[in-house]
Design a binder for this molecule. Structure first.
Ligand code: TYM
Length: 331
């Protein structure tokens, strides 16, 4: 696929609930930083989200909520392709073909499948199992060079690479082999309550997760309750002080400062003051974004027009690779 001379980025987030600070630091922030240098496709991966049961009315609303967040954090829909995965049938079409080149053994090794099937014992559906193949289709459809994601998605990008290489070995140079991109800081933002566990949308303890639309009061409360350790020194030490290190990472990421700089500022201040400083920097970053969000979210016609215009562009982009794959398969 020739889009422009710029290399292609593909990434996506499941619109299956309110987006979190982990989604921002691990993914969205980097998308914003990379959007000038690449041809970017940023999807709301609704087909992935239905591997877990969704309430359809609520889900429809959540897709628009997530779209408004994409725009509010600074993704420009004129420069980027921002779209719902289900609006581009080629994702599902390519996924089927790639299913025939993916092995049960390798899908069985996926940690996300093990986690999710452990949590959703009454609904271990086939979609959950073949989820990484749809993700491979998302990526390979556009000859993607770079996939900016948090650390938890590394394994999925690796399987996309494996499938691409396997297919290319049989049929020639059909797919670009993608590379994963992790942010230098914050590839894995941790739970505020259990800092050895990833911060997640679906944590049972709402206090464990900062949502991007949390009010300042809620943020202050969550920070006050955040688990640290029995010492009092603000030091970055992921192994021995995971809670404090996580808070340092969060503060550094949202204020665009270095961890060292924050550590020296917080010298001798104790955890109470440190937590207040983290909360302040979060509120300072989130408030203007939330104001932009509110305006965007109220403008349904604009949101619809973004989805429509981008989907029209993306459908065309996806056609080229799919046609090549179909012809290849016929040979
Ligand atoms: P999802 O919806 O779980 O998460 C979206 C993005 O947010 C990142 N992320 C985090 N990063 C750092 N710390 C955290 N605590 C944290 N929580 C989430 C994720 O790593 C991800 O980058 N399978 C993907 C969606 C997807 C996709 C794709 C991504 C579908 N097709 C193609 C890239 C390319 C997922 O479930 O992300």
């Amino acid at each position: 696929m020739k889009t422009t001379d710029k290399p292609v980025i593909f990434s996506g987030i499941q619109p299956s609930g309110e987006l979190t600070l982990g989604n921002y630091i691990g993914a969205l922030k980097n998308w914003v930083n990379l959007q000038e240098e690449y041809t970017c496709l940023f999807s709301l991966v609704d087909l992935h989200a239905i591997t877990v049961r969704q309430n359809s009315k609520e889900f429809h609303k959540q897709c628009y909520d997530a779209l408004a967040v994409y725009l509010a954090v600074g993704l420009d829909p004129e420069k980027n392709n921002i779209f719902l995965q289900s609006h581009v049938p080629a994702h599902s079409q390519l996924a089927w073909i790639l299913n025939c080149y993916a092995y049960v053994g390798e899908l069985n090794r996926m940690t996300q499948f093990k986690d999710k099937s452990g949590k959703n014992k009454d609904n271990i559906n086939v979609g959950l199992f073949t989820y990484p193949v749809l993700m491979a289709a998302d990526i390979l459809l556009y000859q993607t060079k770079l996939v900016p994601v948090g650390a938890d998605q590394k394994q999925h990008v690796e399987i996309a690479r494996d499938i691409a290489i396997r297919f290319n070995n049989i049929y020639g140079d059909i797919f670009t082999v993608p590379e994963v991109y992790h942010p230098p800081l914050g590839a894995r933002i941790m739970s505020l309550q259990e800092p050895t566990k990833k911060m997640s949308k679906s944590d049972d303890d709402a206090g464990a997760t900062i949502f991007l639309l949390d009010s300042p009061d809620v943020i202050v409360k969550k920070l006050k309750r955040a688990v640290t350790d029995s010492e009092a020194e603000v030091v970055y030490d992921q192994k021995n002080k995971p809670g404090v290190s996580n808070l340092l990472t969060i503060m550094a990421a949202v204020s665009d400062r270095s961890v060292d700089d924050i550590v020296s500022e917080m010298q001798g201040q104790g955890y109470g003051k440190f937590k207040t400083a983290v909360a302040d920097s979060l509120v300072e970053f989130l408030q203007p974004m939330q104001e932009r969000y509110k305006k965007l979210r109220d403008d349904q016609a604009y949101l619809d027009s973004v989805l429509k215009t981008c989907a029209e562009r993306v459908v065309k982009l996806g056609e080229t690779t799919l046609k090549t794959v179909y012809i290849t398969e016929e040979r």
